[in-house]
Design a protein around this ligand. Sequence first.
Ligand code: FE2
Length: 403
Amino acid sequence: MALIVRRGRLPATPHTEFRFDSRFTLEEIHGSFGFSGPYSRKIHLRRYPTVQAKPPRLGDFDLTPAAPRAKLALQPYHIRSSRIPFFSDAIRGRVPLLHGPSTVVSVAKPKSSTPKDAFFRNGEKHELYYVQEGRGTLQTEYGSLPLRKGLYVVIPKGTTYQVFLETRTAFFLVIESSSLIEFPPHYLNHAGQAKLTAPIVETEIELPRLASPIDRLGRFAIDVKHDGGRITRLTLGHHPFDLVGWEGSLYPFGFHIDNHHGIAREIHTAPPMHQTFQAGAPPSSGFSICSFVPQMEGWHPKEIPAPYAHYNVDSDECMFFSNVRYGARTGIIEEGSITFHPGALPHSPHGRAAELSTASRGRKSQRLAVMLDTFFENLSITQAAYRFRDPRYPLSWHAAQLG
Ligand SMILES: [Fe+2]
């Protein structure tokens, strides 16, 4: 992201002597693309983050996606993630559902906060949370971000964090990517500012609040995800949230789905108009994330608001239904449902949904959904996704036709 943020205190000139309360501070660069991409400059109070107090060891949990036991025929899936039980915390309770070489889609339905003295760091993927339910705080070395329903939170690879709940339970959709997750560059002008025609504006980006550095010695565990989901526990001898200041363009941030200001068109608007984020280099690699927010349906006198049957042969499509008001599939999907259309499988409205949608011509829709379309990356389903699938889904269009 082009927005350069500065928090706390740090020297204006990089890599120069800077004292905080008369102590000599220590500089760290959290960078991407090998010193050439977005980065942040962090100023630690008195210790480097390299000071491990105990040897690294394998963690007591694992996030490696498990494949279903049987070899499966190609089929569309409806994964009823609302039926996955609430358990553990936002990290240990993460359930991978779909995965490919550079993308993982999971849900986490925690019923507790992460432990106070244990931290998490994704060492191999950038993360995007979408808060389906619950409130809490994302506590990171860059500061804290309040979590609430409908918020997207982007957490760069390598960020150390914890997730504290204020509600009894929470429900997060979690998307991981090997590449940076950012606003689409075609929304930005040459100065890196959102164009006046873009559905997003920078002033609605939610930035972390940095508190005073924590200057505490002890044993602080950091569980690092690497190698496809294996966890290694590092132990620092000091609290990792010890920054006196930081500046840069690589940091966690929030963006509420309501702040995706939908672009309407006289005749049905195709998903690229709903894009909020991207990862990698679409359309050659990575993925696109679209926000299907409530918006005015087309007002052409012959408009059909429901989508056309479609298949995009370079994409596997995953759709998370934040509510059930998605006309094309009403009665089939539930709140929290995930549909997955892999391998160029066409999908469409069912039954009379397209015809019935003409009644909402020129009216505001009530839908709320998050879509991920990969580019040249096929995703596989996991054992958990298979267990929570709706086995009738591949025939749901046929059943609706008969009904
Ligand atoms: Fe689709």
